[in-house]
Every structure is written in structure tokens, then in C-alpha cells.
Design a protein around this ligand. Structure first.
Ligand code: GLU
Length: 416
């Protein structure tokens, strides 16, 4: 049985609380969820039948600002998963020192089984159901697994129609034509790249000579693969939902991306040199950098012993369980934690939100420059604490994030 992600998120809090001697009065605050909304979403399907889906929006913490976090459409979505993802968003925004909290949402649905019209109706009805707990100064959703700029555009439109005026700042990850930010689509990949560069430098390695394995070929996996390839790095294995593919001399990412862009799966890609491998083989391949960029619970106590790399760079949220973390630490593998590694997405979401509120838009150079500055600052701070205290990068990142939340709780006090 895979570990329940909410239990896993709470376990991670316990680990850091012990490490930093946290005030026992603060601990329950970190583990509790501010509010969870479960909604039913009835949809008229194209064939005239009615289907009912379940959706969720969870605010873990708004102590440092409005809730922030993505919305995912997947059959794996349930309340506990969304709660865990919301908790991880709190740490992520805090680690980057953004004036935002942590939230997440999702709908339990297989979006690939819906027509475009059904997907639009689902999105609009879901938005209407959660309308009272989202808004530019309440909670700002964004894309996540299986959601995209078009879906964000429908959310923005539905919200605006209900409020009687255009409110672009209700959601981030929108198309640039309607208040989106340049650079947002590739921001998570860009952040991963900056962090990997910095990590590789600390270890005195040469990025171009490293063998890289990526699990996932969606927005995150695809964009980091693209960036690495364009910078002359070697991705030796890659996977999507259908299969993994492996080629020791390095995959042709440009061709694979073009293939995936047309809606094709990797299992149907024809290249005699490429070997098909399963998920377990992919994760345990001998390489230098392993980038899990799919979903949570991928590196567990079952396969952690067999992981054979120098750096794990967490593109996904929660890909490594606490038990696996212990094993990887013992093996002296550097795990660059999700809340740092993949925080480029929410960082540029924050820029988008700021641009929307100010009605003044930045050029790509400024986006990438400020992203690099913020993410590298968080990386350096995390790395320093991890070296000084001889603790993992994850625990170090959590210490920074949790300290900021604890300070905010202390300063604001308890109402009434
Ligand atoms: N879904 C992304 C994440 O997990 C982005 C969230 C956002 O931009 O608000 O970090």
C-alpha cells in the first residue's frame, strides 16, 4: 500500500519539528488544515447523460498571505492527497519568502476521457462551486497535473462573469493574451535547471558530462528535458504514462517533444536504438541525476536502496517518502527537495499575480532574472544550513520554511 500523502506530509513536519526544537504550541498549527471544501460537480455529457464528479479546494495556511497552489485533474485525486499538496505549497511559498500561503485543489476525473466541451463545463461548474473561497486576495489557483492555460482561462472567465468585471488575478498560469505571464509555461523547468546548475557547481561536477534520467514528460518533465537538451546535456532515459525509453548515448529530446506535442505516447515512438523499460528500471538506472517529475510516492522504501545516482532533483511534489529519504541519505545521495527544486512554477505565478494587480507586464529577461535570484537565494540558504547542521537538504529547507510560518503565527497571535 502506498503511503497516504497527508500522513507523509505530517511525518515530514514531525521530523523537522524535532530537528529544530519547535515550540510544541506551534506544531499542531502546522499540521492542521485551515479549511477544506468538497464539492459535487454535475456535468451534462455530450451524449445527454449526466455524470457527477467530486472536486476539492483546500487551504492549508493563509498566515503569510492568500492561498496559492495548483489544481489537478486526475483519478488519483482525493481529499488527503489535496491536503498534502496544500501543505507542501505552504512550505514552498515560505521557503521562497513569497507573501503567499499554501493551497491546492483538484477534481477526481480522467480528463482524457472528456471532450473539450465537457472539460470546459466541468471547469466552469467547479469554479462556480469554489467561488467563495478563491479570489486574488483569498486563494489563487494555478495549473498542476493535467491542467493547462486554457483551463485557467475558463476559470478566470467564470469568476469574472460572476463578479461582473474582469479579474485576471484570480488565477495564474493563464495564456499571455489574457493576463498570463511570459515565462510561466516553462517556469518549473527553468527553476529546476537553475537549481541543478547550482547543485552541480557545489559538487564540482560538469553538467554536460552527466547522465540524466527523467520520470515524466508533461509540463515539468518536458520542459526540463528540453532545457537540458538545448544546453548540450545528456538525457539517457525518460518516461511518460505509457513506458520508459532508454539510450545510453542520449535521447533526441527535440524529436521526442515534437512527437509528444502531437498527442503521441512514447511507447509508439520508433527508434531501433531506444530500449523500452518499465518505471522501476527507469528509476533505478545508473545515472548522475535522477529527476522524478511525475507524481508523489515514486521513491519508496521498496526501491530506494537500488537508486543509483548522485543527485535526486524533485520535479514532482512528494516523489520521495520519508522512509526512502532516510535510505538515500545513508547512501549519500543529495536529494534536492520538491519545495525548492520545483518552486520555479509558483515563483513565476507570483510574478504573474503581481503583474495582473499592477496591470504592468514584464519582459522575459526580467522574469528569468528575478526567478534565478529568488530560487538561488533559497538554494544557497538551504545548502548552507544543511552543511552547517549536517542535515539533509530537505530538512534544511523545511527549517527555513517552518521558521517563517512559526514566526508569523507568533506575531499575529491567536484570534480572538
Ligand atoms: N502546481 C504548481 C506547484 O505545485 C504551481 C502552483 C502555482 O503556481 O500556484 O508548485
Amino acid at each position: 500500500m502506498a503511503l497516504n500523502p497527508f500522513e507523509m506530509a505530517k511525518k515530514q513536519i514531525d521530523i523537522v519539528a524535532e530537528e529544530m526544537d519547535l515550540d510544541p504550541n506551534i506544531l499542531p498549527f502546522l499540521k492542521r488544515i485551515e479549511r477544506s471544501l468538497i464539492v459535487s460537480i454535475p456535468i451534462m455529457m455530450d451524449d445527454g447523460t449526466i455524470k457527477i464528479f467530486e472536486g476539492y479546494r483546500v487551504h492549508h495556511s493563509t498566515i503569510r498571505g492568500p492561498g496559492k497552489g495548483g489544481l489537478r485533474y486526475s483519478l488519483g485525486v482525493n481529499l488527503d492527497e489535496v491536503k498534502a499538496l496544500a501543505i507542501w505549497m505552504t512550505w514552498k511559498t515560505s521557503l521562497l519568502n513569497l507573501p503567499l500561503g499554501g493551497a491546492k485543489g483538484g477534481v477526481c476525473v480522467d480528463p482524457f476521457k472528456l471532450s473539450k466541451n465537457e472539460l470546459e463545463r466541468l471547469t466552469r461548474r467547479f469554479t462556480a462551486e469554489i467561488i467563495n473561497i478563491i479570489g486574488p486576495d483569498i486563494d489563487i489557483p494555478a495549473p498542476d497535473v493535467n491542467t493547462n492555460p486554457q483551463i485557467m482561462a475558463w476559470i478566470m472567465d467564470t469568476y469574472s462573469m460572476q463578479k461582473g468585471r474582469t479579474i485576471t488575478g484570480v488565477v495564474t498560469g493563464k495564456p499571455v493574451e489574457i493576463g498570463g505571464s511570459v515565462g510561466r509555461a516553462n517556469a518549473t523547468g527553468m527553476g529546476l535547471y537553475f537549481v541543478l546548475q547550482a547543485m552541480v557547481e557545489k559538487l564540482s561536477l560538469d553538467l554536460k558530462s552527466l547522465k540524466i534520467v527523467i520520470q515524466g514528460f508533461g509540463n515539468v518533465g518536458g520542459s526540463i528535458a528540453d532545457l537540458l537538451y538545448k544546453h548540450g546535456c545528456k538525457v539517457i532515459a525518460l518516461s511518460d504514462i505509457s513506458t520508459g525509453i532508454y539510450y545510453e548515448d542520449g535521447l533526441d529530446i527535440e524529436k521526442l517533444l515534437a512527437w509528444a506535442k502531437q498527442g503521441n505516447l512514447l511507447k509508439d515512438y520508433k527508434n531501433d536504438k531506444y530500449k523500452l523499460i518499465d518505471n522501476d528500471e527507469l528509476l533505478t538506472l545508473k545515472c548522475d541525476v535522477l529527476i522524478p517529475a511525475a507524481i508523489e510516492n515514486q521513491i519508496t522504501e521498496k526501491n530506494a536502496e537500488k537508486i543509483d545516482c548522485k543527485i535526486v532533483l524533485e520535479g514532482a511534489n512528494g516523489p520521495t517518502t520519508p522512509e526512502a529519504d532516510k535510505i538515500l541519505n545513508k547512501k549519500e545521495i543529495y536529494v534536492v527537495p520538491d519545495i525548492l527544486a520545483n518552486s520555479g512554477g509558483v515563483c513565476v505565478s507570483y510574478f504573474e499575480y503581481v503583474q495582473d494587480i499592477n496591470s504592468y507586464f514584464w519582459k522575459l529577461d526580467r522574469i528569468n532574472e528575478e526567478l534565478k535570484r529568488i530560487i538561488i537565494e533559497a538554494f544557497e540558504e538551504t545548502y548552507k544550513i544543511s552543511e552547517e547542521k549536517h542535515i539533509s537538504l530537505r530538512t534544511a529547507a523545511y527549517i527555513i520554511a517552518v521558521s517563517r510560518i512559526a514566526k508569523a503565527i507568533e506575531l499575529r497571535g491567536i484570534f480572538p
